[in-house]
Write a protein that binds this ligand. Structure first.
Ligand code: CO
Length: 134
């Protein structure tokens, strides 16, 4: 069901510093920052030949990544995103298997303008999983 790894998301305490590490130290191509108020994050994308890294910084008061940063003050891997062809069919199959879909269970528009869903880490090897319809 899942296809390619679309991205790995890393929460960082300082997006400019994270950008400098990936762009200057690691020599990767990094996008301009994009504020996503409806998701409570500012994001940059690190473009790698086979996937992307998404650096996330807290934006606003009720950012969903703020508790993660409190537990991991130097940042850390927050979620992995796998591509699916049919997000509703994927969701229904996972729910039928007993997996928990976060939020109201309806896809939201993600950082790439595509429908996304998040799956409960306790059902997926302790890792928050994002599904993105491609
Ligand atoms: Co993501």
């Amino acid at each position: 069901m899942i296809g390619r790894l679309n991205h790995v998301a890393i929460v960082v305490p300082d997006l400019a510093a994270g950008t400098a590490i990936y762009r200057d130290t690691l020599g990767a191509s990094v996008s301009a920052p994009q504020a996503l108020p409806e998701h409570g994050v500012t994001v940059v994308f690190v473009e790698l030949p086979n996937t992307k890294i998404e650096l996330l910084e807290v934006l606003g008061e009720n950012s969903p990544v703020a508790p993660f940063l409190e537990r991991n003050p130097s940042g850390g891997i927050h979620h992995v995103c796998y591509e699916v062809e049919e997000i509703i069919a994927a969701r229904d199959r996972l729910k039928a298997d007993g997996a928990r879909v976060l939020g109201d269970g309806e896809p939201k528009t993600g950082a790439h303008g595509k429908p996304v869903l998040f799956l409960h880490p306790k059902d997926f090897c302790g890792t928050l999983v994002e599904l993105e319809q491609i």
